[in-house]
Design a protein around this ligand. Structure first.
Ligand code: G3P
Ligand code: CA
Length: 256
């Protein structure tokens, strides 16, 4: 498929590599971006958080514990929240060994480094804003960083970047700060409430198990802020069944 903007039924569904190719390399690292590239994934999904000194980094959890060796390097710093560590401290951590010895030395990428790797590979990004309550004002930080890195240029937006979140307010804020950016909300709001989202989102991305034909049809009937029908990318899909399930259900793709 041509990817976002392709419209319903335009061909094969798009498969977006969840946290990079996170079955083959440690999630949300540059190794996971490259693994996605090698396997032919044009689009990757990631998660963005903010350090103590205001740098944006790519990591799923609000703590560093599960995916780095932070407990060993900084034993006295429980509960090891991302927001309590500087970018320089986080740069010392190993974000690969937990996944496998051959990934030892892999780092938690800054968003800047992550974008530059995508630029280098020619890949595209579904970026998730995580835990907005922990990071007040992260939307403006994000838009600033995207602008500095050239990701709000005409050649990038629309076709190369989607910003999504469970936080509706955050997505609305991103839309207001940078209306050219394609946006999505995570979840499956009731049909009755969909119209209000169409003012500021281009896609609605639910769990696969939450999908119904009626809901999908209701989403597809609406047009987003850029004048195109809203699209649906489902996540939490079964292993190896994502693309087929997406095709059978008539949605644009999956995050798998
Ligand atoms: O892209 C959707 C999906 O990533 C949301 O769940 O927990 O993996 O960020 P999570
Ligand atoms: Ca995510």
């Amino acid at each position: 498929g041509a990817g976002p903007w392709s419209g319903a039924g335009a061909g094969l569904p798009l498969v977006i590599a969840h946290r990079g190719a996170s079955r083959y390399a440690p999630e949300n690292t540059l190794a996971a971006v490259d693994a996605a590239y090698r396997r032919g994934f044009l689009w990757v999904e990631n998660d963005v958080q903010r350090t103590k000194d205001g740098q944006l980094v790519v990591l799923h959890d609000t703590t560093l514990r599960r995916t780095t060796d932070v407990e060993r390097v900084f034993p006295g710093r429980a509960p090891w929240r991302v927001r309590d560590f500087t970018a320089a401290e986080i740069a010392r951590l190993d974000a690969g060994s937990w996944f496998g010895p051959r990934f030892a030395g892999e780092r938690v990428p800054t968003l800047a480094a992550y974008l530059s790797r995508l630029d280098h590979n020619g890949q595209r990004l579904l970026l998730e804003i995580k835990s907005p309550r922990v990071y007040p004002g992260i939307e403006a930080d994000l838009v600033g960083e995207l602008r500095r890195r050239g990701w709000l240029d005409r050649t990038h937006t629309g076709s190369r970047l989607v910003v999504q979140s469970f936080c509706v307010r955050c997505v609305k804020a991103v839309h207001e700060l940078a209306p050219q950016v394609r946006t999505g909300i995570l979840g499956s709001p009731p049909v009755a409430g969909l119209t209000r989202f169409a003012r500021f989102v281009d896609e609605i991305n639910p769990r696969m198990s939450a999908l119904s034909s009626r809901w999908i049809a209701a989403v597809h009937r609406l047009r987003g802020p850029h004048g195109r029908p809203l699209e649906v990318y489902a996540w939490d899909v079964g292993k190896n069944t994502g693309a087929r399930e997406a095709r059978d259900r008539g949605i644009e793709g999956v995050i798998a």
